[in-house]
Design a binder for this molecule. Structure first.
Ligand code: HSE
Length: 402
């Protein structure tokens, strides 16, 4: 029997217990041993809950119990999750987490501790919820040089943008409705400003490069400035607007990651990813394109990913599964030097000035009054910002991908 403890009996933590119980036969067979949830750590009591008797309030009960081999950290946030994870790994207990913030901030250190103590720090659920993406990058695509990862990594913003596209309504209105339905947090900043997607692409980029991609260095722009009018133009162009989290490594070793809204064509594999769904599009130099799609959030999908890590830990007691994510920070190309084409909206009277400043451009005709819209040639962010400042009346601009 392998004993497991769950830290945090919230949405994901209770999902972990539910998955282990419901799929007991499958999970035990695949683990090669019976898994037993011995403790649940939470500050609260849960009278009437079937697992009430397993609830403890002191983490040391778990850390000091030599029978506990695997810990599911589903608390979220940095502290105390960081301290608890560290202490567990130092005692040779494997940790499986859904905590992207902790993984993005302390991944290399916690992985090193796992190696030094012959256990594992696994984080499949930290990116893309229930979608297997960490394991494919770590185990399956090991013959590849992965040079591009492009993801829709946030369900809240994808739900909002999909609704805006379908119904022609503005951001604020859809956000309100999403909050009412529970698809968006009451404080939606981490999602709508792109911070959540930023942590997730930092994790994927670190696995892609094998070094540490600091999320603080990733240019991040959210969706709060996207309007219903932008979607009118996107439709006229046969495109949609998606919050993409991307990273690219060129042959010369230069690397950048970015989170921002992009206009993507119907032919782009991420175009059809709508609602709360997530998807990650990976390019390898031998395989070419592959894509991973599914539920990026939610109790059971996320818990299923945590439990898949528990099974992996159970199969590797006393052994560390290789994961290449070194301490060394990746040098990221400054955002000024990143190149894209840009869709630009300006006032109708600025047409002449826009043509003078931007030169070659494609005019975009759509049913929006009093505006002049165009697509630039590919240029650097710096060049674009300088030209936009010269023009002076840019109503909005959205990068193009594909
Ligand atoms: N807030 C996140 C999302 C949850 O909307 O995708 C999963 O990390």
């Amino acid at each position: 029997m392998i004993n497991v403890a769950v830290l945090g009996y919230g949405t994901v933590g209770s999902g972990v217990v539910e998955v282990i119980e419901k799929n007991k036969a499958e999970i035990n067979k695949k683990s090669g041993e019976e898994l037993n949830v011995k403790y649940i750590l939470d500050l609260r009591d849960f009278p009437g809950d079937p697992y009430e008797s397993k609830v403890v309030h002191d983490v040391n009960v778990i850390l000091d119990d030599p029978e506990v081999a695997i810990i599911c950290e589903t608390m979220g946030g940095i502290r105390p999750a960081y301290d608890f994870s560290k202490q567990a790994l130092l005692k040779g207990k494997s940790v499986c987490t859904s905590n992207k913030e902790l993984v993005a901030n302390h991944g290399p250190e916690l992985l090193r501790l796992a190696r030094e103590n012959k256990c594992n720090y696994l984080f499949e659920a930290s990116v893309g919820g229930g979608i297997p993406i960490i394991r494919p990058i770590n185990y399956s695509l090991t013959a590849e040089k992965i040079d591009a990862v492009t993801g829709i990594l946030n369900g809240t913003t994808n739900y909002i943008l999909s609704k805006m596209a379908a119904e022609g309504v503005d951001f604020e209105e859809v956000l309100k409705e999403a909050q009412e339905k529970g698809y968006a947090e009451r404080n939606p900043e981490a999602d709508v400003e792109g911070y959540d997607a930023c942590r997730k692409i930092a994790i994927l980029s670190s696995l892609m490069t094998g070094k540490n991609v600091k999320y603080e260095d990733i240019y991040t722009e959210g969706i709060t400035k996207i309007t219903a009018a932008d979607f009118v133009y996107a439709k006229a162009l046969g495109r949609s607007i998606k919050l993409l989290a991307m990273s690219r490594e060129a042959e010369d070793g230069s690397f950048y990651a970015m989170v921002a809204p992009f206009m993507i064509p119907v032919s782009h594999p991420l175009h059809g990813v709508n609602g709360v769904f997530n998807a990650v599009f990976v390019h390898g130099n031998m395989l070419g394109d592959s894509m991973y799609y599914g539920r990026g959030a939610g109790k059971l999908p996320t818990a299923s990913a945590v439990v898949s890590d528990v099974v992996d830990c159970a199969r590797h007691i006393g052994k560390t599964i290789m994961c290449f994510w070194d301490d060394e920070d990746v040098k990221q190309t400054p955002v000024d030097d990143i190149r894209h084409r840009f869709f630009v909206r300006t006032k109708a009277e600025a047409e002449r000035k826009a043509v003078d400043i931007f030169g070659m451009m494609r005019v975009v005709v759509a049913d929006v009054k009093g505006e002049y819209a165009f697509i630039t040639e590919e240029m650097s962010e710096k060049e674009f910002a300088e030209k936009a400042e010269q023009l002076g009346c840019v109503l909005n601009r959205i990068r193009l991908e594909g």
